[in-house]
Design a protein around this ligand. Structure first.
Ligand code: AMP
Ligand code: ZN
Length: 511
C-alpha cells in the first residue's frame, strides 16, 4: 500500500485560516465570487457553516427547486466524510418574497392564500411540510436549523435600523431602500460594474423615487391601497421585511457574523445574493468579505427552459413517484450530472437513471450487507490492497474536486467490476460511496437480492395508496381500486388481501 498511500495522502492536508493543519480535508470548490476554483479555508478549525437559501413556500417544490438542496446535502456529506463538522442552515421563506422578486406588489405566498381561500399560515404550513417530505424522500440529511423568516422579524427590523443609522438607506412611501451607490464594489458577485446598465437589474419593476434601479427594499411598507394579509409594525410603518434582508439576518443569527459557504440556485447569484452581500457588508463594516465562498447550482430545464412555478404546471417529485419511480431515482438522476451543468429533465433521461440505479443496486447486492458507513480515515485504515486504496483515492479526489458526483458514480461502478480486491473491501468502498452520495445502496442483504425491497417506495407512500384503494373499494369504485392496484404493481409492490385487511410485500425482481 505504501506507494499508493504516499502519492495521495499529502493532498488531504488542509491549512485552516488559523494556521492549523487538518488531515483529510482539501476541498476545492468553484467560488462564484471571482469565478474560480478555490481551496476551502474554514474560519474555524474543523467546522464549516453553510447557509442555503430555502424555499418560498407558496406551492409544491418543483423538480428544479429540489436540486439546490441535494447539491448542498452532497457538499455537507463530503465535508462530514472528511471529518469536518458542519452546521447547515436552510431557511423557509414564508413572508416577504414578492411576485417577480422585486420590491412592490404582492407576496407570492399571499397570492396563493387568496387564490386558495386559505390563511397565509395554512398555505405556508402545507408547503413547508411538502418541502420537508420531498427532502426526506430524497435522503437529504436533516439540517441543523430551518429558520422561518416570519420568526425573525424583530431581528430584521434591528438590522435595518443599523443600516439606517449608518446612512446606508433612504425612505420612500413604499419602504426603506438600500442605497447601493454607497458600496463601491456593489455587484461584484454578479461581475457587474457599479452604475453599469444591467439586464438583471432592469428586469425589476421601476419604483418611484428610487435613486438607482439597483437599490432594493430592506423594508416593504404597506401602502393605503394595498392591504396585506400579514404585516408587522416598524419604524417605517406597517409592512414586511425585504426578501434579501431576511437571508442576511437568519444566516448571521444562526451561523455568526461571518460564515464559510453560502449556496443557492444560479438565479440568486445576480440579484438576491448581490444584495445580501451589500447590506451585510454595510452592516458589519469590518472591511472583510461577509462570506468568502459562494456556490451556485445550475438549473434543471424542461424543454430547454428553466423549470419555474410561474410557467404553470411543473413536474414535482410526487409525479415521478406516481409514475413508479423511487425518489432515489431522481437523486441518482441529479447526481449523474455535475451541479454546475444545466440538466434537461426528460422521460428518457429519467428512465435511463432508473435503469442505472437499478443496475448499481444489483451489483451492490452481490456484496452482501454493507458495513456501517464510516468516514474517510476509518475506511482508509481498513483497506489493505493497493487497488482498494487507489479506488478510495479516486472517489475522494472526485468528490473533493468541486463535488464531481458523476465521477464518483463511475468510480463506484469501476470498483464493483474489480475482482482483485480483498474480502470486504468492495463493500467498504460501496458504503463510503453510499454515504457520500446519499444514495440508498445497501438496504439489501445477499439473500434478499431477488426482491425489490430496497427500491420499493417509502412505506407511508405505499400505505397511502393502499388506504385510497380501500376507500375506492368501500365506495364501490372498482375502476379506481384497480387503477391503484396497477400503480402499486408498477412500483414493485404486491397486495395480499386477507380477511384481516390488505398486506403488501415486495415483488421479485424480474431482471
Ligand atoms: P425559490 O423558492 O424560488 O427561492 O427557489 C428555491 C431554490 O430553487 C433556489 O435556490 C432557486 O435558485 C432554486 N431553483 C429554482 N428553479 C430552479 C431550477 N429550475 N433548477 C434548479 N434550481 C432552481
Ligand atoms: Zn436567500
Amino acid at each position: 500500500m505504501g506507494a499508493v498511500g504516499a502519492s495521495w495522502m499529502p493532498a488531504w492536508r488542509m491549512i485552516l485560516r488559523s494556521g492549523e493543519v487538518v488531515e483529510g480535508t482539501r476541498p476545492r470548490l468553484f467560488n462564484s465570487l471571482g469565478r474560480e476554483m478555490q481551496q476551502l479555508a474554514p474560519a474555524s478549525s474543523g467546522h464549516v457553516g453553510i447557509y442555503s437559501c430555502g424555499m418560498t413556500v407558496y406551492g409544491d417544490p418543483h423538480l428544479g427547486n429540489l436540486r439546490p438542496y441535494v447539491f448542498a446535502d452532497t457538499l455537507r456529506r463530503m465535508l462530514e466524510f472528511k471529518g469536518v463538522t458542519v452546521t447547515s442552515v436552510v431557511n423557509i421563506t414564508d413572508v416577504g418574497h414578492a411576485v417577480g422578486d422585486g420590491d412592490l406588489g404582492e407576496d407570492k405566498v399571499e397570492v396563493t392564500a387568496r387564490a386558495q381561500n386559505q390563511s397565509v399560515w395554512d398555505v405556508t404550513k402545507k408547503y413547508t411540510e411538502a418541502f420537508f417530505t420531498d427532502l426526506s424522500n430524497l435522503n437529504v440529511l436533516p439540517h441543523s436549523h430551518n429558520p422561518r423568516a416570519s420568526e425573525y422579524v424583530p431581528q430584521m427590523i434591528e438590522f435595518a435600523q443599523v443600516l439606517e443609522r449608518k446612512g446606508y438607506t433612504y425612505q420612500l412611501d413604499s419602504g426603506l431602500y438600500f442605497d447601493t451607490s454607497r458600496m463601491p464594489d456593489y455587484g461584484r458577485l454578479a461581475l457587474r460594474r457599479p452604475g453599469s446598465a444591467d439586464t438583471d437589474v432592469h428586469r425589476l419593476e421601476a419604483v418611484a423615487g428610487k435613486r438607482s434601479p439597483a437599490d432594493f427594499a430592506v423594508w416593504r411598507a404597506e401602502r393605503g391601497e394595498q392591504k396585506r394579509l400579514v404585516h408587522w409594525e416598524s419604524p417605517w410603518g406597517p409592512g414586511v421585511p425585504g426578501w434579501h434582508l431576511e437571508c442576511s439576518v437568519m444566516s448571521m443569527s444562526l451561523l455568526g457574523d461571518h460564515f464559510d459557504i453560502h449556496t443557492g440556485g444560479v438565479d440568486h447569484r445576480e440579484i438576491h445574493h448581490v444584495n445580501e452581500i451589500a447590506q451585510s457588508e454595510a452592516y458589519l463594516g469590518d472591511g472583510r468579505d461577509w462570506v468568502p465562498m459562494w456556490l451556485h447550482n445550475e438549473f434543471v430545464l424542461l424543454g430547454s427552459n428553466k423549470i419555474a412555478k410561474s410557467s404553470g404546471r411543473v413536474p414535482i417529485l410526487r409525479d415521478l413517484m406516481n409514475a413508479g419511480h423511487h425518489p432515489m431515482v431522481y437523486r441518482y438522476f441529479l447526481l449523474n450530472a455535475h451541479y454546475r451543468s444545466q440538466l434537461d429533465f426528460t422521460e428518457a433521461g429519467l428512465r435511463s437513471a432508473a435503469a442505472g440505479y437499478r443496475r448499481l443496486l444489483g451489483r451492490v447486492a452481490q456484496l452482501g450487507p454493507l458495513p456501517e458507513a464510516a468516514g474517510l480515515d476509518v475506511v482508509r485504515g481498513r483497506l489493505r490492497s493497493a487497488e482498494a486504496l487507489a479506488a478510495l483515492a479516486a472517489i475522494d479526489d472526485a468528490i473533493t474536486e468541486d463535488l464531481n458526483t458523476p465521477k464518483v458514480i463511475a468510480e463506484l461502478n469501476a470498483v464493483l467490476r474489480l475482482d482483485s480486491l480483498e474480502d470486504g473491501e468492495a463493500a467498504l468502498l460501496a458504503s463510503a460511496a453510499e454515504r457520500l452520495l446519499g444514495l440508498k445502496l445497501g438496504v439489501l442483504s445477499a439473500d434478499e437480492v431477488s426482491t425489490a425491497t430496497n427500491i420499493a417506495m417509502p412505506p407511508d407512500y405505499i400505505e397511502g395508496l393502499i388506504a385510497a384503494r380501500a376507500t375506492a373499494r368501500a365506495g364501490g369504485d372498482w375502476g379506481e381500486a384497480d387503477r391503484i392496484r396497477n400503480q402499486l404493481t408498477e412500483i414493485g409492490v404486491r397486495l395480499v388481501d386477507t380477511p384481516q385487511g390488505t398486506r403488501w410485500e415486495p415483488m421479485p425482481i424480474d431482471d
